[in-house]
Structures are given as C-alpha cells and as structure tokens.
Ligand binder design. Structure first.
Ligand code: ZN
Length: 337
C-alpha cells in the first residue's frame, strides 16, 4: 500500500531566509543606523529585477547610493546575516542588449542584458534563484503590487501615504491605515480513485494558454466560503466533476498581483464524463502517471538545451517552473499509485 503523496520540495516562491523583523518597521532609528551598509532590490516598471548573468543571486545595489537615509518609497524587506535588505523602484541604466533564456514554460524568451545583469520577472525566473534571493524578490513584488493598488483611502477616497517603511498605507485625510492584502486561491490536483494516489490526474487548459499547455484546476476563494467548499465548487464549475477526500498539501505566495495559492488534492471517478465550462476551460482530460513523467522528462531536456516548442506538437507542456502546480504534479508523478 502506497503512502498518500505530499509535496517533496518547498514551492520555489515559498523559499526564504530573510527575517522580516516586523518590529523594526516602527523603529526608524535602528533602520537608519544600518542604512549605509544595507542592500537594495531594484524593481522596474514591469516588475523585473537585475540578476548577475549566469548566477542565482540578485544584483543588489548599495543603499547609500540612494541617499543618506531611506527614500520615501523604500520598502524594508528584512534582515539576513546582519545586513538589512530594502526594495526600491528602478530600471536599468544604459542600453540593453537582449539574451535568450529558457522561460517559465520552457519557451525561449529574450530578456534585457545590461552591464552583465539580466532583468528578469519573478514568475518566469524565480525558480532559478537561491533561497535568499527568491524570498526577497517575492516579498518585494508583493508589496510593490499592493502599493500600486492602495493609493487612495477605501473609506474617504483621499490619497494615502506609505508608512511603516512600506508595510502600511495611511490616509492623508482621516489617518485610516491599511495593510497589504492577499487574496486566497485554491489549486487542486484531482487524481483518480485507483489505489492510494490514483493512476490518472485531471488536467485542463484555458483557451488563452499556449498550445499544449495544461495544468491542475484553480480558482479564487469567495467571500464567506471555506477552502474545502471552494475546492468542491471550482472543480464542479470548471469540469463538472464531483470530488471527495479533499486534503491540504501546502501553499505558495503568488503576487500576480496579490494571491496566495493554497494547494489541495482530491479524488474523482474518471469513468464519469467531464463537462468543461464554456469559455473558461477549452479542454479537460485524464492523463496517466506515465504521460506526466514523460512530460517532466521532456521539460528537463528542454531546459538543458532550450528549444522552441513546435506549434501543434502533441506534447503536454507543464505549468511554469515557479508555480505550485508544477510542484504538485511532480510530487504526484513521483509517487506510486
Ligand atoms: Zn480616508
């Protein structure tokens, strides 16, 4: 008898080493004292950050180069090995060349290259970073995206200002404070009922996805809804299937713009017909463990030697390297029925 599968690896964007030190957000004198030795994560308008080409480490800037004290829009990310880390908006200086890299779904993408640094997005390249860089980039991205949506007070409509070094916004009229919001979304790997972990997994594709790309099902938690009820509702809505034995697997922040993905697994009878939701799901199908293992092997080969995927190729393209969907599928594929 097999054991129920679990996430073997931490999802890539759940990795972190930095201590958030939330108490320091209201301790300006302490933050100022270490500002001159602090490091800064830059984020450009597109949410990209510089990485030393060929490395797994962010190309940090020196905080002192931005002034004697933190600028108004500086966000305190935390402390690691006696160094403070901050985030600030900023783009590449100088002319960019472009360089080809294997992106999120194994597609070759062109990214800007300036002075030996590539400017990359979190979603496509977060998995290539080490734990410290991945955690810093994820937190910086989440706070940046929240701030872009939180410029006005939700009670009176007046402009807000950033306080607590990026961790709250305060209304300039009535002083109301708001904190970074995160929207929960469930994502569920549904497998068939054979044995402990099933022989097949339910995959689906959205009409807007590249040809051949499939993933497990996901959806936002509604107001007043439990996570388990959301899993049942989403799967019924999207593919017309009833699932049972809903079980939590793990989570990952997904700041695009401000979600957290809560990973679950559940079982469904694969002899019953699937009914894809009109306009939302183009195709839903049961895929065997052998086919999923083959898809992972193809994906690894493509990273070793980046090649475009031919249009119309009869190949299952897995979810992006930074997604929890990929970690869930890998864990299920590696498990025994
Ligand atoms: Zn207000």
């Amino acid at each position: 008898m097999s054991v129920p599968f679990s996430l073997g690896d931490l999802p890539t964007l759940s990795r972190s080493t930095v201590d958030r030190q939330e108490g320091l957000r209201t301790n300006p004198s302490r933050l100022l004292a270490k500002w001159s030795d602090a490091r800064v994560v830059l984020l450009d308008d597109a949410g990209r950050t510089p990485v030393v080409e060929g490395s797994s480490v962010l190309a940090f800037r020196k905080a002192i180069d931005f002034g004697a004290s933190p600028p108004e829009d500086a966000v305190f990310l935390g402390e690691w090995q006696d160094t403070d880390y901050w985030s600030l908006p900023g783009g590449p200086s100088g002319d960019a060349q472009t360089v080809k890299m294997a992106g999120s779904w194994g597609f070759v993408e062109e990214v800007p290259l300036v002075d030996g640094e590539v400017w990359v997005e979190l979603r496509g390249y977060g998995d290539l970073l080490d734990d410290t860089s991945a955690g810093l980039f994820t937190t910086a991205q989440a706070l940046r995206n929240w701030r872009r949506q939180a410029k006005f007070c939700t009670r009176c409509g007046h402009p807000t200002e950033l306080v607590q070094f990026g961790w709250a916004s305060k209304c300039t009229n009535d002083g109301r404070e708001e904190y970074p919001r995160t929207d929960p979304a469930v994502i569920c790997l549904v497998h068939s009922t054979e044995g402990t972990n099933g022989s097949h997994v339910l995959l689906a594709r959205q009409p807007i996805w590249p040809a051949g790309r499939y993933s497990v099902l996901a959806g936002f938690v509604e107001a007043g809804e439990s996570l388990e009820a959301c899993v049942l509702r989403e799967i019924r809505e999207e593919v017309g299937a009833s699932v049972s034995d809903v079980r939590y697997l793990g989570s990952q922040p997904w700041p695009f713009p401000r979600s957290i993905m809560l990973g679950f697994t559940a079982r469904a009878d694969r002899s019953l017909p699937l009914v894809p939701a009109d306009g939302e799901i183009e195709e839903a199908l049961w895929v065997s463990r052998e086919e999923v293992r083959a898809a992972f092997a193809n994906s690894a080969a493509r990273v070793a030697k980046p090649t475009p995927i031919a249009n119309g190729a009869a190949e299952i393209i897995l979810p992006g390297n930074s997604s929890i969907a990929r970690v869930m599928l890998k864990a299920w594929a590696d498990a025994e029925e």
